[in-house]
Design a protein around this ligand. Sequence first.
Ligand SMILES: *Cc1c(COP(=O)(O)O)cnc(C)c1O
Length: 474
Amino acid sequence: MPNSLDRFRPALNAAIQAAQTYLENLDEAPVGATADLATLRKQLRKDLTDDGLAPEQVISELARDVQGGLIATGGGRFYGWVIGGAVPAALGADILTSVWDQNCALYATSPAAAVAEEIAGDWLKEILGLPKRASFALVTGCQMAHTTCLAAARHALLAKMNWDVEERGLFGAPPIRILTSAMRHGTFERAIQYLGIGKAAVQYLDADDRDCLRADALERALQIGPAGPTIVLLQAGDVNIGAMDDFKTLIPIAKRHGAWVHVDGAFGLWAGANARYKHFLAGVESADSWATDGHKWLNVPFDCGYAFVANAESHRASMSHRASYMIHVGDARDELDWTLEWSRRARGFPTYAALRQLGRHGVADIVARCCEHAHTIVTGIGKLAGAELVWEPTINQGLVRFLDPKPGATDKDHDRRTDEVIAAITASGVAFFGGTTWRGKRAMRVSVSCWQTSAEDVAKTVSAVERILSEGRD
Ligand SMILES: *Cc1c(COP(=O)(O)O)cnc(C)c1O
């Protein structure tokens, strides 16, 4: 009689083989996609069969047919958007998470997963410098962390007005107002949209020359009202320049007016794990809620985000649910008291494993290396003929731009040149950067958030850009 392993072995072996081939080539393979849409459709489109196929055939064909369509975000020369890789222990734990295939709604549905998650939550609070008493949830990403935190905010603010939002919904409820700067990430607006607060509730306030929310603008907006339930969204690391709001000044202003302060710290909150960058986050611990990611700077595989709420009761009240068939055990932590999902993956294991592998110093070291590498790339490219440094990184995000050499070139020409050079870098396969429009001009965004990026990767990257800029010049 074949046992379970016998039934899985061929597919597992095929998967491990494919994984090893992928990782073996990761440093040399083109960073961007090399196959176009039509090619990928052709490679992957098969007739759906009546009787299926052998599992190992499915796996080896899948690994073959995605070729050219994977982006080497886990390697050392991917600097687009803000995307991390996976440290080995987190990857190993993530594979086991799939093997164990636990449903992590309750302690009763997977006791070990619930306990690992409980411990991971405590470690995260410690390493991020958040209050010990804060509640937390492991969610799919910062998007859902915002949604979780703002559901808690909605609960707390409306409860103060004697409005039970979980029972009565938002029809007829006192309107909630949201104050933030234009630097917020799009996921924040989507959370507002999902929660029924509506994007029209958001009032955008002025930022200063470092893209930080101005204290006088916040004070004025809170003073002139309308009074009522208010959420202030602050930014710990925006995607263009890693802008950090001045938490020490802004949070007390918001609190004085009874507002709920939520912090988008998708990656920036991690800067606080390194003593050299901690000052950027001074005062952040006095916010009401924080959203961050595991799949960016902590280098846990997708999908993994974290929500934290200072007032655990508001968090629980906005999520918790009881049903007659559910089993609750003693003081065990039931995940669905804190999450939007019901059935869910054992997301705690990879986080637990990443933190165990890295330790405090390991996390601090990833932060420092990424910041240093971002600085070297931006200043290195900024010095090249035909390039211009736009923003020197203070953490791991910076901007450069490329100039059209023709006489009398306008900003429009430089914008076009910038996009052309970004495309040429991607086409070279050596590195991958994204474009952005910052203060009305196109720029190339440099984001370093992968643990794999090395000094050698940085040098290779700068030389590749130098080569591309010099092409066609002589
Ligand atoms: C990436 C990012 C988000 C969104 O996070 P997801 O994990 O993709 O949901 C939100 N805010 C900032 C600043 C980000 O960098």
